[in-house]
Design a binder for this molecule. Structure first.
Ligand SMILES: C[S@@+](CC[C@H](N)C(=O)[O-])C[C@H]1O[C@@H](n2cnc3c(N)ncnc32)[C@H](O)[C@@H]1O
Length: 231
């Protein structure tokens, strides 16, 4: 069943969703992110990037930023680490920014409501990150996206997404039901894992994109891909 990436649709990708439904899903997605230690790999990578480059200021773009919870953690990381961060969030859903502004009032984030491939070419950032985003793309679009990340990021880029495997699939299937999560999350969570990645998938995608990138597994069930920026 999980041998190849699924192309089953996610409810979240249906543009007809209203704010209440999208917002409820983002709220539970943030719960899952917290419980699944989802912020850790991205913050470790940012830390290593700051150490390697000696950057004291950093513009950071989060692609498919959803509820903005990752950028809230990046802001806290910057404050702890003494790195002045300039935050930007890109999401095509009009509901993402509205949810994030209400959830994280006062967080200084520039929200860009657009499909990522419509972002003007002059928009570039020191670091580009994304989490739980790449599984929304089919393989061909994903190859294009990996090159896009390299072109948009001056210093480096980082992808974090789900490992397609029966163990996380079963854990998530049971977890979202036990915790009585929002119906969109109940549906999309296991679909997301089925749309996720094996090591071989990522190796093939990175080779097809022909970008310098390092693939790593992150506990409990993610793959991360770190790439170099175009400077
Ligand atoms: C599963 S959510 C992930 C949210 C957040 N990054 C997280 O880790 O919780 C995926 C987000 O990507 C956005 N998205 C999907 N395709 C997109 C595209 N082509 N351009 C911009 N945003 C997109 C959706 O609107 C949604 O908010």
């Amino acid at each position: 069943m999980l041998r190849a990436r699924s192309s089953a649709p996610e409810i979240m990708d249906d543009a007809a969703q209203d704010f209440a439904a999208f917002s409820a899903a983002l709220r539970d997605l943030e719960r899952i992110n917290r419980m699944s230690l989802a912020y850790r790999p991205t913050l470790h990578w940012l830390d290593a990037l700051a150490r390697r480059t000696g950057a004291r200021r950093m513009s950071v773009l989060d692609v498919g930023a959803g509820g903005g919870d990752m950028l809230a953690r990046v802001a806290a990381w910057g404050a702890r680490r003494g790195v002045a961060v300039e935050l930007a969030a890109l999401d095509r859903s009009p509901h993402a920014a509205a949810h994030a502004r209400a959830r994280h009032p006062g967080l200084p984030v520039r929200w860009i409501m657009a499909d990522l491939f419509d972002l003007p070419a002059e928009e570039r950032f020191d670091a580009a990150i994304c989490a739980l985003f790449t599984h929304h793309l089919d393989d061909e679009t994903l190859v294009r996206f990996l090159r896009w990340m390299g072109a948009r990021a001056r210093l480096g880029w980082f992808v974090s997404d789900l490992h397609r495997h029966p163990l996380p699939w079963a854990t998530v299937w049971a977890g979202v039901r036990l915790l009585r999560m929002d119906p969109m999350v109940v549906h999309d969570s296991t679909v997301s894992i089925a749309r996720g990645f094996s090591r071989a998938d990522w190796e093939g995608l990175i080779a097809r994109a022909d970008v310098p990138a390092r693939l790593r597994w992150a506990f409990p069930f993610r793959w991360t891909v770190a790439g170099e920026g175009g400077a």
